[in-house]
Design a binder for this molecule. Structure first.
Ligand SMILES: NC(=O)c1ccc[n+]([C@@H]2O[C@H](COP(=O)([O-])OP(=O)(O)OC[C@H]3O[C@@H](n4cnc5c(N)ncnc54)[C@H](OP(=O)(O)O)[C@@H]3O)[C@@H](O)[C@H]2O)c1
Length: 248
């Protein structure tokens, strides 16, 4: 008799950057991993390079997509990493369009997927892991509305945890706050902008943030969070070059 297929993990926004490393690490640890993104070519490349990855081309900001994909795959873990690349510029050089981009992407995606996970609801033992940003903890004056959007993602995960507890669902939601990784396009832009503003070398700036967060460290962190018992998960985790650090 064949072994039963394990319930898949859905990684929303999986085709490049930290997100791709997260999808690969989760698939290599235990597949299948359903990788959701909009760019067909990059998704196909990820799936071809990584056994266990199932490509799903969809706009994660479409509420129908969240409901449909949760119904189709019945996952036990949903990792929300999708979002827009912030425009790095001080406030006076932002427009409302650049300032609000992460609200339309990161916040809207978190809202639709967390809401759909609760409404379904995902079965006992499931978890939703939201990738926010260290910027959510202290602000980020060079990236417009990015820090506020990432802070709102944390609120959404907290509200979901509260609703799940009130309904006595064994459904956990937690938020991860990564420091910028100079090994990704998004993180490199932040490191360059803030090190220049603070008059530091990029190395000194990254050292001050807790060392280089590599995509591999981010991948291992997500494997750890997927394997943890839901009752052991903290509401949030700082993610640096030293790995995960639980926050109260
Ligand atoms: N990189 C860092 O140093 C760093 C630091 C702190 C926090 N973070 C956070 O960590 C997460 C990952 O960062 P990253 O560097 O991997 O970002 P990235 O390189 O900009 O990757 C963006 C990903 O999101 C997907 N995406 C965007 N909008 C989407 C939509 N509407 N529907 C489906 N997929 C969508 C993109 O795929 P398509 O374009 O193909 O759809 C792509 O896979 C982000 O939330 C970021 O804010 C990153």
């Amino acid at each position: 008799m064949n072994a039963p297929t394990p319930h898949p993990t859905i990684v929303v926004g999986a085709s490049r950057g930290l997100r791709r490393a997260i999808a690969v690490a989760l698939a290599e640890d235990a597949g299948p991993v359903v990788a959701v993104a909009r760019d067909q070519a990059r998704l196909a490349d990820l799936a071809a390079a990584t056994p266990g990855v199932v490509p799903e081309r969809a706009d994660a900001a479409d509420p129908e997509a969240a409901t449909r994909l949760l119904r189709t795959y019945d996952p036990r873990t949903v990792v929300l990493v999708a979002g827009a690349t912030p425009t790095m510029a001080p406030l006076q050089h932002q427009t409302w369009v650049t300032f609000s981009a992460n609200w339309h992407a990161d916040v809207q995606i978190a809202f639709h997927w967390i809401r759909a996970a609760l409404a379904r609801p995902l079965p006992p033992g499931s978890r939703v892991i939201v990738i926010s940003s260290g910027a959510a903890l202290a602000g980020s004056p060079l990236s417009g509305g990015y820090a506020g959007a990432k802070a709102t993602q944390r609120f959404l995960a907290g509200y979901a945890q509260e609703e799940a507890s009130r309904a006595e669902l064994d459904l956990a939601s937690t938020t991860v706050f990564p420091r910028p990784s100079p090994m990704t396009d998004v993180g490199r832009a932040a490191v360059q902008a803030y090190s220049a503003r603070d008059g530091l070398s990029e190395e000194a700036y990254v050292h001050r943030l807790g060392g280089v967060l590599t995509p591999a460290i981010a991948g291992r962190a997500l494997v750890e969070l997927r394997a943890a018992d839901t009752t052991d998960l903290s509401p949030g985790y700082l993610l640096t070059g030293d790995g995960l650090k639980p926050m109260g």
